[in-house]
Ligand binder design. Structure first.
Ligand SMILES: Nc1ncnc2c1ncn2[C@@H]1O[C@H](COP(=O)(O)OP(=O)(O)O)[C@@H](O)[C@H]1O
Ligand SMILES: [Mg+2]
Length: 184
């Protein structure tokens, strides 16, 4: 896939499909260790051991809208191609954690892409979800919390067009600052 944000969108869709109410996304760019680590943790229904074993199989899916289940296997392929790994941990009834590690300097590493759109899309669902996105780059950090935003919005729902547009812009502006204006 062309952008990490699209892989993340797929992980978020998996978490939401599993009924997650809380999602934590972390992206860590560690130049010194030449590592990029992406984590998505949810409190959805999780997977039994047998399902967990098959989850990275491109032909395994529990969805009914499409035959193949490509999301995780595609992200795993990207991670492996970029000198890393993708690991899955899951407890039925507790939740799931996906960790993708890659080499930060790998020439095939996809650009981050439109993280603002990914987060806004995840928040656009009917069912409310509390989502935290933390992005660390060296010693600098950007953080977005939907819980914090909802607190400020009061009665206004988070999943309406103008708020989601604001979320997308807020996140992309925060990331642009994190990259010092150079978002490559
Ligand atoms: N966060 C998650 N919580 C529970 N089950 C998951 C999660 N992520 C993936 N799965 C399971 O793994 C399967 C494969 O996921 P994926 O590769 O993204 O394909 P797809 O979403 O198209 O089915 C899903 O159908 C689902 O059963
Ligand atoms: Mg998926």
């Amino acid at each position: 896939m062309e952008e990490l944000a699209l892989h993340l969108l797929d992980l978020l869709e998996n978490a939401l499909a599993a009924g997650a109410r809380h999602i934590l996304i972390t992206i860590e760019e560690d130049g010194e260790r030449d590592r990029l680590i992406v984590t998505v943790q949810d409190d959805g229904r999780g997977m039994e051991a047998a399902a967990l074993e098959k989850a990275l199989d491109p032909f395994y899916t529990t969805r009914t809208t499409r035959k193949a289940g490509l999301g995780l296997s595609l992200f795993q392929a990207t991670a492996v191609q970029c000198g890393g790994t993708l690991t899955l941990e899951s407890q039925p009834g507790q939740g799931t954690r996906v960790v993708a590690a890659m080499r930060l300097s790998h020439p095939d590493l996809p650009p981050l892409g439109d993280m603002g759109a990914t987060i806004a899309t995840a928040l656009s669902r009917e069912e409310p979800v509390e989502l935290i996105y933390r992005h660390r780059r060296g010693r600098q950090e950007f953080q977005f919390s939907s819980t914090w935003l909802q607190l400020h919005l009061g009665e206004i729902p988070l999943n309406c067009g103008p708020v989601l547009d604001w979320v997308q812009r807020y996140i992309n502006k925060g990331l642009a600052e994190l990259y010092g204006g150079d978002q490559s």
